[in-house]
Design a binder for this molecule. Structure first.
Ligand code: ATP
Ligand code: MG
Ligand code: MG
Ligand code: MG
Length: 469
């Protein structure tokens, strides 16, 4: 069986043989970019090389990069438990050219890796190109011998990458694997493309232009390549499944969750185990990279992921905190590739245990309140914003946790009502403070908590600097 570690090694060895410097994964908290919540793609650590601000003594690199997509523009939190191919934490394999090779080399390298090194059958593959990118389409035809109906021309943003409103940008070409008719879904560009039949495995970005403030573009003199391949998705297809959660590593985490809770991994708690396995990885890696649960910024996103997982653990019907007991299984799976994980193991276990012990005190009562509210509602009616706010304010339920809990029951939250309740409470608090002579300070404090303590923290999410692939 081809394991995740085999794929990582095959990928990095192949690009090393082809003149690439193997660069270690950068931390999940980006060092060079305060506007970005978490590292969400391989190119993040190389941004300054692409823009020409920084130079290194290599012009080709390859990485296996830790990524988290749980906030900001790329937020896959709501996909976990619902699709077979999304995680909040995943590893992105990538090769990069900084003004060195371009499409003419990137496409043949990608094709050789997937069809020769990884032995993925050619007749299950299809590719997309940006609709005007004849060059890429011709290369795919020539290099891969793919027929025209498997080189799809897409005219949306999905196939045009931009670093920000200005700066490097260019067309992308994505490689998809067809898992077969037994699964629901359609090829890219069709209304059914979000199914789990046609799965995107690799995105090749061609940084071809520079975009200016007035909207004009010119060809870059140093054209670059940025690619990203999801290792878990490749592991899935090589292991004969379309489901990332059925692969060796994820399966072992799911089994650890099932054992620790004395439940069936494939029984009624199936989705809970999947969410727990996923969130165990993202929370542990975030703590290992120095993020701690808090009420603002990155720490609040971490807390939201932790609490979501803890609700799922609670749904399995167990009394004691669960998450910290799963850390050894994760360290056994990933500790060799990521030494920061065993190094931080005691801190991760302590943090998870403390947070879960605390949250359990209000979790059960909050869930009971939620059930009562729902029972009193007409069928399919959304939960009133005021109730969601009380869950937030009194029981520590981030809004997205409440939404996640309700989605299982086919219901939603009146988010406008929630925001209104939040605003109302703030106005009351301000009024209560106004006689104290400290009104100005209080206003600042409430503004801060408004920005940072809000349920959907977006403070770092600017339209600029976020790497899209
Ligand atoms: P999708 O359309 O499936 O959400 P994407 O277009 O958002 O993927 P990119 O930004 O192009 O993904 O990232 C490059 C590669 O990283 C993807 O081709 C995929 O293999 C992998 N990838 C992206 N998001 C995830 C995720 N949440 N979990 C696992 N792998 C992912
Ligand atoms: Mg996506
Ligand atoms: Mg996509
Ligand atoms: Mg993509």
């Amino acid at each position: 069986m081809t394991s995740l570690s085999d794929i990582r090694k095959t990928f990095l060895d192949f690009f090393a043989r082809n003149g690439h410097e193997i660069v270690p994964s950068s931390p999940l908290v980006p060092r060079n970019d305060p506007t970005l919540m978490f590292t969400n793609s391989g190119m993040v650590q190389f941004k300054n090389l692409f823009t020409g601000v920084e130079h290194r003594d290599y012009s080709r690199a390859a990485t296996a990069q830790k990524c988290v997509r749980a906030g900001g523009k790329h937020n896959d939190l709501d996909n976990v438990g619902y699709t077979a191919r999304h995680h909040t934490f995943f590893e992105m394999l990538g090769n990069f050219s900084f003004g060195d090779y371009f499409k003419e080399t990137a496409i043949p390298l990608a094709w050789e890796l997937i069809t020769k090194e990884l032995d993925i059958p050619k007749d299950r593959l299809l590719v997309t190109v940006f609709h005007t990118d004849d060059e890429a389409a011709d290369l795919w035809k020539k290099v891969a011998g793919l027929p025209d109906d498997r080189i799809l021309r897409i005219d949306t943003d999905d196939n045009f990458w931009m670093m920000g409103p200005t700066g490097p940008c260019g067309p992308c070409s994505e490689i998809f694997f067809d898992h077969g008719e037994q699964y629901w879904g359609g090829p890219p560009g069709t209304p059914e493309e979000d199914g789990d039949r046609f799965v995107e495995i690799w995105n090749l970005v061609f940084m071809q232009y520079e975009q200016f403030e007035d909207g004009t573009r010119r060809e870059l003199s140093a054209q670059s390549i940025d690619t990203g391949m999801g290792i878990e998705r490749v592991a899935a297809l090589l292991q004969g499944t379309n489901d990332n959660y059925a692969t060796d590593l994820m399966r072992r985490l799911i089994e650890a969750s099932a054992e620790s809770s004395n439940t069936d991994p494939d029984g009624p708690g199936r989705t809970h185990h999947r969410v727990i396995a996923d969130h165990l990885r993202s929370t542990s890696f975030l703590i290992a990279d120095g993020v701690m649960p808090s009420n603002d910024g990155r720490g609040y996103v971490l807390r939201r992921i932790m609490r979501r997982a803890m609700r799922h653990a609670h749904q399995l019907g167990i009394d004691a905190p669960l998450m910290h007991r799963l850390v050894p299984a994760l360290v056994a799976e990933m500790g060799a590739a990521y030494p920061e994980l065993p190094r931080a193991q005691p801190l991760i276990e302590e943090t998870l245990k403390l947070e879960e012990t605390r949250f359990r005190k209000t979790l059960e009562r909050g869930l009971r309140m939620l059930d009562e509210e729902i029972e009193a509602l007409p069928e399919e009616a959304p939960l009133p914003g005021r109730a969601a706010f009380r869950l937030y304010d009194t029981y520590g339920f981030p809004l997205d946790l409440t939404q996640d809990a309700l989605r299982e029951k086919g219901r939603s939250v009146d988010t406008e009502g929630f925001e209104a309740a939040m605003a109302e409470q703030k106005a009351q608090a301000r009024a209560a403070w106004s006689g104290s002579g400290e009104a100005a300070d209080a206003a600042i404090w409430y503004d801060l908590s408004e920005t940072h303590g809000a349920t959907d923290f977006l403070g770092y999410d600017t339209e600029t600097a976020e790497g899209q692939i």
